[in-house]
Write a protein that binds this ligand. Sequence first.
Ligand code: 3HC
Length: 311
Amino acid sequence: PDSAHQAHFDAAIAADRRIEPRDWMPEGYRKTLVRQVSQHAHSEIIGMQPEGDWIASAPSLRRKAILLAKVQDEAGHGLYLYAAAETLGVDRADLTQRLVDGRQKYSSIFNYPSLTFADVGVIGWLVDGAAICNQVPLCRSSFGPYARAMVRICKEESFHQRQGYELLMRMMEGTEGQRAMVQDAVDRWWWPSLMMFGPPDDESPNTARSMAWGIKRNTNDELRQKFVDMTVPQADKLGVTLPDPELVWNDERGHYDFGDPDWNEFKQVVSGAGPCNAERIARRRAAHEKGAWVREAAAAHARKHNTEEAA
Ligand code: 3HC
């Protein structure tokens, strides 16, 4: 009976044991995992656009090669995560349809434009830095396939963050104009990076249950604080200022105090009214439609191959 299954599941969660796809799980656990894992996968795929725009205009072959590798990594992260989501009984074609129909979300951060090449460095430094803060605890998520996908993704994410920071270091050693480009990009990406961690804990409908089920290991505010504490010294070393007049070290707390992101802007962007939402979805829809023939050909080949095998 379900009560015995529930008791077994609860004991596994309490003992910090992994839940695997074939284990019994409460429908709510499965549903919130499908929600989080598929939206995480969508974020990786949409995240290819702002940086992908700069591959053809990278200032050197070295920068082009690094950026190409990073964008390809993001595609791979998306595929690991769609594979993890499919172990929960959903189909990636259906998930993609929900994304392009606006029935599923992706990270708000990718709805901002990448205006100069300094944005490529700031995205690596801040956006991948925030993603690392958010994804390292997810390596201990209670759902096996998700946690194992995170381990692989985190290894590649640290390369992403370091290449971004190195790019900015080079530019900060450059001309006055290059230094101004870096500062301008930091000013535009700082607050949206803080919003990546989600709404404040007291406005987060999913956090309590996700923590109780061991899906999430920290709350949104905890990880946001961790990211600020980690990033301020890096900004000082880089020689840029962060656009928050309330940012100050608080000795008592042992953390930086910082200002409030604009949560109305966050709600706007999450609900589809950000600077680039329409463009990001239109390009994803177009790529999906343009790629239909490849999927059909692969499926036809597989059918032919299987009938040959069966014969
Ligand atoms: N962008 C878009 N939607 C967001 C959001 C954001 N930054 N933050 C929260 N939301 C949504 C949530 O999805 C939820 O809506 P839903 O119920 O329809 O899914 C709602 O706002 C309320 O938020 P909650 O805090 O209650 O939701 P969660 O408990 O799911 O917390 C989260 C949000 C912290 C983003 C969590 O889902 C999470 O950790 N997800 C996995 C990590 C992830 O998605 N990271 C994206 C970073 S991009 C990336 O990794 C690419 C990098 O390689 C560059």
